[in-house]
Design a protein around this ligand. Sequence first.
Ligand code: TRP
Ligand code: SF4
Length: 404
Amino acid sequence: MSLHSDPGRILSGMRPTGRLHLGHYHGVLKNWAVLQEQAECFFFVADWHALTTHYEEPGVMDENVWEMLIDWLAAGVDPDRATLFIQSRVPQHAELHLLLSMVTPLGWLMRVPSFKDQQQKLNDRDLATYGFLGYPLLQSADILMYRATGVPVGEDQVPHVELTREIARRFNHIFGRDGAFEEKAADALTRMGKKPAKEFLRLRREWLQDGVGSARERALTALSASGNLGNEDRERLMGYLDGGGREILPEPGALLTPAAKMPGLDGQKMSKSYNNTIQMRDDPERIRTRLMAMPTDPARQRRHDPGDPEKCPVWDLHQVYTQKTQREELAEGCKSAGIGCVDCKKPLLETILEEQSVLRARARPFEENPQQVREIIESGCERAKVVADETMREVRAVVGTLYE
Ligand code: TRP
Ligand code: SF4
């Protein structure tokens, strides 16, 4: 693969807090199955992350880890293409989390939106804990451990990837000093003039150490405004502004997964907490009963009442499952009362059941031989550990805990 199309390394994780449903499948897992064809992928079970909220019910992980992995495999995630592992089986994650914590300002963690949001949302749990505050930092450790360039996540997780970038920058700034480069930068600075140089250094510190983005902007403006700098000096100082030392932990980027609108069986977003899900390997009879009972456009009280698909949650499911031409026919039938809701739901049910049988067929060998899943994880953990050891060796070296 050429340098320019190098897709880098992808990493993502999922907490094992319950059975996976069609929202996970269409919103996350199908995307993983595509990514594994394009890049080196690491997908892992974030069991420690689950423990930060579910520490009073540790059985949750034991119940869900293996079933969740079977769901991944059912979705077409392929252990020959992607490395699958369990976070707690690669304890290096804990070491990196700890070392990152040494340089993480408390304010950065307290400002992550999910910290307060989740405390409020999950108010039946006590989340005023050290572990929960550190949740996004543990996630940073997961990402930085594998030098991931891309992290596929939903919108809610973007601030966590952003924090990871800031942590990496700060870590590299503190531990990645490069003497020769610093000397050349200092030399260029003398040509900038004493006062502007001092101001530039102050802004650089605010940016690298404290993550203040506006400071970076101001420093860049100062560089381009300086009449004393030649192009070479200016470019060197631009590099210096963004670190300029050794990049020990590279900054990742978020790969925003386009939010698939997957309605649940009551029309709200599909979610375990609304009890409105179709699971990835659900009972066909249950799917049939619940889909047939699903609410439709309330205007269609009787068979001959015309309706409006835009006001119908079943229609959102058709958007996911039904080809455009058939959708147009159904919409027409709905608006003219040419078809009833049962007629409209039937083809949808067929498609969902077909999909279920594909998922089941992929899952079956693993359901029948659970040992095989254990082996997949065993070898995935081995592969993950090789990378983790490499990273930790370098990290230990720069923080001063290598002792050779
Ligand atoms: N916090 C993520 C979620 O709730 C799970 C996760 C943990 C994760 N570590 C990660 C995702 C690293 C991406 C990368 O969905
Ligand atoms: Fe909804 Fe289809 Fe009934 Fe129209 S015909 S209200 S789209 S289920």
